[in-house]
Each structure stands twice: as structure tokens, then as C-alpha cells.
Ligand binder design. Structure first.
Ligand code: UD1
Ligand code: UDP
Length: 351
């Protein structure tokens, strides 16, 4: 089996599954090189025990067409050389789509992990990546019933399997290790529930100077410390638009997974446009204010633990003071054995 990773969330999504595959099969791990900074890539390999990639395609950054095309071409060479039984992709990045396309064209079966998510906003690059990947994949591993229903509506029901969520499984495995190993709370002199945690990187928020300025303005005057690990795309956009981080914002580079889990768990509230961070906030029992107009993780909103506010400063400020989730927080993301379910489904697959 050949597994593909390339961007930050994919390393986290891949770790448990890689271990489950390697318990019974051979795995070839391919890193596309879409993310390459130490804190966007290597740190996750170290913390999650993800094996060294067998291939690093070293693609780096570029426009959507260039990056997707370049990964596809390099992946094709790797696939011709390795001829795997399955290609496993995850999520909705350019690496996901490019690898799935390269495999499908060589008639190698593709399994898509975290399939069926939809924002119904085609302006997002990720929405195109998800739809296209789902439609060329042979097995679609869904984290939620909503994802199953989305795929059923698109005529893909027969290929779906409801397996739960790999990032929830990662939390169950890593939280106690993070609590032992991370000193982030002391290092940043933070008190539990005494700060907010923010992350921003979506194209819609970083490429639109008005939206980015609105978010930055809101973060500066929330009256509480805001821990803000800044994604490299956002760092570049802040510089380009001449925007600074003021007030009680703790501006820092991206943090490792263990620090991030503790920061999420101990925050009074999370403010984010990240898909993974919305989900992790829910799993860790931290209220989430989402800096977008829609979400793929609709169950977190329906459960009352996530609120969609967009990028307008007043709406953000209001949510930070007024949003209160209910006591109940139903389990949404499976039984914590998602990787085992995936491996079994791959083993028993009959086209
Ligand atoms: C990508 C994914 C997005 C995912 C996110 C996770 C696509 C279309 N988008 O967005 O779905 O949520 O990863 O973080 O695939 N950069 C660095 N160092 C790095 C990586 C990136 O400096 O290690 C900078 C480069 O200037 C680059 C920019 O960040 O141009 C954007 O990186 P890219 O991978 O294209 O998109 P992300 O915004 O990271
Ligand atoms: N994450 C991290 N350090 C950070 C920000 C995020 O370890 O500084 C982790 C986070 O805990 C989650 C994943 O990265 O597991 C989410 O990735 P990201 O927000 O980049 O992408 P998305 O989930 O939106 O695709």
C-alpha cells in the first residue's frame, strides 16, 4: 500500500493509520513536499512517530495549477516504480487531488480518507479537491453520517464506509503523551482558561485584505491574551498588506502537535478557520468561534459547540463574549479505532 502525505493536517491524519497498515502489510510512504518548513512538517514526524518517507517529491510552493501538476507528474514516476496495490490519500489538499489523479490514470485503486466533506462553497480550492478526489476514488472512508449522506446524494453511496475520524483517533492516542511532554503552558506563562487560541490560514481570509484586517483588528481588542501561532501563508499576507499584530496577541511561529493539543484543551475559546482545529476543539471540549461563513464539520455547530461568525470584527467580539455551548457534547467521530476499520475494509475490498 502506498500512503500520500504533503501538508500539515495530513501528517496527523496519517500517523495512526500508518501504524495499523504496517502491523500487517508493507507501506510505502510518499511526502509530496507541499509543506516543508520544520514546524509545518518535520516536527510532526518526530512527535507522531510517523516513519521517514520512502520518497520525498520535494515539490514546494507554487500556484494551484503548477503545484497540482508537478505533484501529479512526480507521483506518476513513483507509482510506475512501486506499483502499489492501493494508493491512500486523505483530506482535501492539492497533494490529495494530484496523487489520486495520478493513481487513477494508472488504474491503481485509490482510497480516500476523510471523504464526503462538503462546504458547498466552490470558491474554496479544497472543495474542488474533495469533490474531484471522491469521484475518482474506489473506496471512500467517511468520518460522519453527514459525509456518507453527501456522497449518497452524489451517487457514490456504494463506495462509502463509515469509519469515524482519524484526527479524533490521533487525539485519543496523543493527548496523554502531550500532557507529559509539552511545557507550552509554563513556557508561555498561561493559565488554563485564561487565554484564547487563534489560527488563520484559509485563502478566503488571507487573500482578502479586508477580511484579514477585520480578524487582526478583532484579535487585538478582545480583552484577553490571544495565543496566535501564525501559518506561513498568513505571515506572508500580513506583511504584504502591512498589517501588524497588536494588543494582547502572542505572535509566534506554528507550534508542534503536542503544544497545539494542550493549547486547544486549555484555551477558554478557540478562534479559527481551520477544519482540523474546529474538530479538535470539539473533541477537547473547548468552545469554537469559526472565522468563516460555512463549515464542513456541521455536527459541531448543530451540537452548539461551534459558531460561524465570518471575519467581521464586531461579530467576532460578540461571539467571544456571548457564545456559550450547552453541557451536552455527544460523541461525533467514531469509536477511536478508525485505522483498524480502514485496514480491514482495504483487505476485504471486492470491486
Ligand atoms: C494547504 C491546503 C489547505 C490546508 C493547509 C493546511 C491546498 C490547496 N491547501 O494550504 O487545504 O488546510 O495546507 O495547513 O492544498 N509555506 C511556507 N512553508 C511551508 C508551507 C507553506 O512558507 O512549509 C507558504 C508558502 O508561501 C506557500 C503558502 O505558505 O505559498 C501556502 O502554502 P500551500 O501549501 O500552497 O497552501 P496552504 O495555505 O498551506
Ligand atoms: N496544528 C499544529 N500547530 C499549529 C496549528 C495547527 O499542530 O500551529 C495542527 C492542528 O492541531 C491540527 C492540524 O494542524 O491537527 C490542522 O491543520 P491546519 O489548520 O493547517 O489545516 P486544516 O485542518 O484546516 O486543513
Amino acid at each position: 500500500m502506498l500512503s500520500v502525505v504533503g501538508a500539515r493536517p495530513e501528517f496527523i491524519q496519517a500517523a495512526r493509520l500508518s501504524e495499523a497498515i504496517r502491523a500487517r502489510h508493507q507501506e510505502v510512504l510518499v511526502h509530496t513536499g507541499q509543506h516543508y518548513d520544520y514546524e509545518m512538517s518535520e516536527v510532526f514526524f518526530q512527535q507522531l512517530g510517523l516513519p521517514r518517507p520512502d520518497y520525498n517529491l520535494g515539490v514546494g510552493s507554487g500556484s494551484h495549477g503548477w503545484q497540482t501538476g508537478e505533484i501529479m507528474a512526480r507521483m506518476e514516476t513513483t507509482l510506475v516504480e512501486t506499483r502499489p496495490e492501493w494508493v491512500i490519500v486523505r483530506g482535501d489538499t492539492n497533494s490529495t487531488l494530484a496523487a489520486a489523479l495520478a493513481a487513477a490514470k494508472l488504474h491503481i485503486p485509490v482510497a480516500h480518507v476523510e471523504a464526503g466533506l462538503r462546504s458547498f462553497n466552490k470558491a474554496m480550492p479544497e472543495e474542488t479537491n474533495r469533490i474531484a478526489t471522491d469521484h475518482i476514488s474506489d473506496l471512500l472512508f467517511c468520518p460522519t453520517q453527514t459525509a456518507m449522506n453527501n456522497l449518497e446524494r452524489e451517487g457514490l453511496g456504494e463506495k462509502t464506509r463509515l469509519v469515524g475520524d482519524v484526527m479524533y483517533e490521533a487525539i485519543l492516542h496523543s493527548l496523554s503523551i502531550a500532557q507529559e511532554q509539552s511545557d507550552v503552558m509554563a513556557r508561555l506563562s498561561l493559565e488554563p482558561k485564561g487565554y484564547l487560541l487563534a489560527t488563520v490560514h484559509r485563502a478566503e481570509n488571507t487573500e482578502d485584505p479586508a477580511r484579514l484586517a477585520g480578524i487582526v483588528q478583532a484579535l487585538a481588542c478582545l480583552g484577553e491574551p490571544v495565543v496566535f501561532p501564525v501559518h506561513p501563508r498568513t505571515r506572508a499576507a500580513l506583511k504584504q498588506h502591512g498589517l501588524g499584530l497588536d494588543g494582547r496577541v502572542l505572535d509566534m511561529p506554528p507550534v508542534g502537535y503536542f503544544d497545539m493539543l494542550l493549547l486547544e484543551q486549555n484555551a477558554r475559546m478557540v478562534l479559527t478557520d481551520s477544519g482540523g482545529v474546529q474538530k479538535e476543539a470539539y473533541c477537547l471540549g473547548t468552545p469554537c468561534v469559526t472565522l468563516r461563513e460555512e463549515t464542513e464539520w456541521v455536527e459541531t455547530v448543530q451540537a452548539g459547540w461551534n459558531t460561524l461568525v465570518g471575519a467581521e470584527p464586531q461579530a467576532i467580539r460578540r461571539a467571544v463574549t456571548e457564545f456559550h455551548p450547552p453541557d451536552a457534547r455527544p460523541a461525533l467521530y467514531g469509536d477511536g479505532h478508525t485505522s483498524q476499520h480502514i485496514v480491514r475494509a482495504l483487505e476485504t475490498y471486492a470491486p
